[in-house]
Design a protein around this ligand. Sequence first.
Ligand code: FE
Length: 201
Amino acid sequence: MAFELPNLPYAQNALEPHISVNTLSFHHGKHHAGYVNNLNNLIKDTDLADKSLEEIVKATAGDASKVGIFNNAAQVWNHTFYWHSMKPNGGGAPTGALAEKINADFGSLDNFKQQFKAAGTGQFGSGWAWLVLENGTLKVTKTLNAENPLHQGQIPLLTMDVWEHAYYLDYQNRRPDYAQTFLDHLVNWDFAAENYAKATA
Ligand code: FE
């Protein structure tokens, strides 16, 4: 069973003016699609061909002979997670159990935002900023290139793509502006709350 490119959870113009149709059409239709195609070609007729995406990520992490498979599998997973980490008219503040947990573990929502923005802008080169749950505590992390938290004992709740392809058409070199916009206008706290609820059920 080959993997398929999942549809975006909203229309290509739904995140405008913050993320343009142009960015989303390339990012989803070319970059994300490319990772799916590469992955399918790399696992065809191998013992990974019938595994789930998460199983492939975990099985190939840290294996130098399978770095191509890991990179593409992780990028497929990361991008699907990223699309859901945003929504039209996002931003604002979380509510309920997640809001309480953010206050408990970061001190305040503003402190979380500062750490998350710093992780995204401080990632040298390409990568991802994350909100994860690790051993019952929320943490902000950043990962390089395709790396993700799945095989590091962490449960991802939110992510922000900081590869240049995620923002360059709209923000050029202004990655901090993209990160601030993500937090102010795009972040999907409902998705993070669902992930938190599942992780703590
Ligand atoms: Fe990307």
